[in-house]
Structures are given as C-alpha cells and as structure tokens.
Design a protein. Structure first.
Length: 260
C-alpha cells in the first residue's frame, strides 16, 4: 500500500496591520507598506480579516500576492453578509459575489476560505447542508477550499461533522476560552485557530503547549492533509512570537519561511 503524502504545515497570524507588533515583531522604523512583506519573510500564512467586513478590489489581492514568497498562503474570512444571517440557506447570491470579488488574483497563494458563523447560530442540519452546498468548488478556474467555523455548542453533533466531511469542507479546530473546541479534524485539510496567547508568556503559548500543538500538527500532516495553524486573539501582541515558536518546534516538518 502506498504511503500517504505528508501534508504541508503552514503557520501564521491574523492579518498584518496591528500597531503593537511594531514593538514586538516588526523591525524599528518599518513602514506600514512593508508590514506584509515582513510577515512573508518570517511566517508562512496569514488569515485576512478585512474580507469579513468589506469587499476588496482585484488589484488589492494582486498587490498582496506579489509581496510574499511563493510558499506563502492567504486564508480569507468569508463575508459577514454571507454568514451573519437568519437563514444561511439564503446566502447564495452573497456567496457568489464574495467568490467573484477578485480572490483568484492570489493564484496559488490563495489558501482556504473560513466561513465563521455567528456565535448565536445554532445547528440546524438542513440549513447547514444547504449552506455547504452553496460553497463553490472553483472560481474562474481557480480551486476554492472551504472551512466552517461553528461557535455554538449545538454544533457538537456528529451530524455536523458528517455533513462537512461529505461536502469536503473542513471544520475549524479552535483552541479558545470562549468557543467550543470541535477538536475533531474533518476535511481534506486542517484549519486551526489558536486563540489562547498569554501576555505573560514570551512566546504567547507555553513551551509545553507549543510542543503539543507541534505533535498534533505533525499527526494531521502525516495523514496527508495540509495544515493551516493561525495564532489569533488572546494576547494578540504575542501572536507572531507564538507562530515563530511553533515553526521552530516543527523543524523540517513545517514549510519554512524565507526572504522575498
């Protein structure tokens, strides 16, 4: 039997425009225009939150694409106009508009789309099945990958994971004090959002937890799945240090950052 291909492991943060990072991560005097370039030199992915709030222009995605190395990936948050609604089954027009805004300009640097549900959204099998069916497999010839981030306890239901797996959609793995963990990884790739950075830890997460997540990520990748791990929320000023610590702990099992 052929051995499963080892999946790539990419580690990053949320965005790149965060003023406190000029004290903890960016070199002194770095301009805002070069923040993304620096992230691309030090890490291997970022989750774009701006797409949750508003549409972006195709030329904006193209500019982002050209500022980072070939191995870097952009995960993008799905629009709130798609996910913050009473009935997700009615989001078809908004989902199509989101996919057509110019994401394809990222090309091979486009990572997964994270459809983050409202914390008040309860699990309804028919509604979720209908929503997952709306997510396009491609846009203008560029493959699209999807993850769904449920944040209500009612999604702790095997039926939810079964629906996502059948649709080829990853259920976001969350490490959070505020939302359910949903630690079972489903889908052809893994999308983890690590939200417990502490201000009193030099690397955000204690060394033991960094090693634990490193082992977990290796396990996922060993199953042949690509892994995206983002340090988000908590003591956000520590997120880049946490990401660098995890890349270091993964060693050669991680996609390695390199200069543009």
């Amino acid at each position: 039997m052929a051995r499963a291909r080892h999946g790539a492991i990419r580690v990053g943060i949320g965005g790149w425009n965060y003023a406190p990072w000029h004290e903890t991560f960016y070199p002194p005097g770095l301009s805002k225009a070069r923040e993304l370039e620096h992230v691309g030199q030090q890490l291997t992915a970022t989750e774009v939150n701006a797409t949750f709030y508003r549409m972006q222009k195709p030329e904006t995605f193209a500019k982002w694409r050209d500022l980072v190395p070939a191995h870097f990936r952009f995960a993008v948050k799905g629009s709130r106009y798609c996910t913050n609604r009473k009935n997700l089954a009615e989001a078809g027009e908004s989902v199509a508009k989101f996919a057509a805004q110019g994401l394809v300009e990222l090309g091979e640097k486009l990572g997964p789309i994270n459809w983050q549900l409202a914390a008040t959204k309860r699990f309804d099998p028919d509604e979720i099945a209908a929503f997952l069916a709306l997510l396009p497999a491609e846009q203008d010839g560029v493959p699209l990958r999807h993850a769904i981030e449920a944040r209500h306890d009612s999604f702790a239901d095997p039926a939810f994971h079964a629906l996502a797996q059948e649709a080829g959609v990853a259920v976001v793995v969350a490490d959070s004090d505020d939302y359910p963990a949903f630690a079972e990884a489903t889908g052809p790739f893994v999308y983890a959002r690590l939200q417990r950075c502490r201000s009193d830890e030099a690397t955000g997460y204690p060394e033991g937890e960094v090693q634990s997540w490193s082992s977990t990520a290796r396990g996922w990748a060993g199953e042949g799945r690509e892994v995206f791990a983002f340090f988000i929320a908590g003591a956000k000023e520590k997120a880049p240090s946490a990401a660098q610590a995890l890349i270091g702990a993964l060693g050669e099992d991680a996609v390695r950052p390199s200069a543009c």
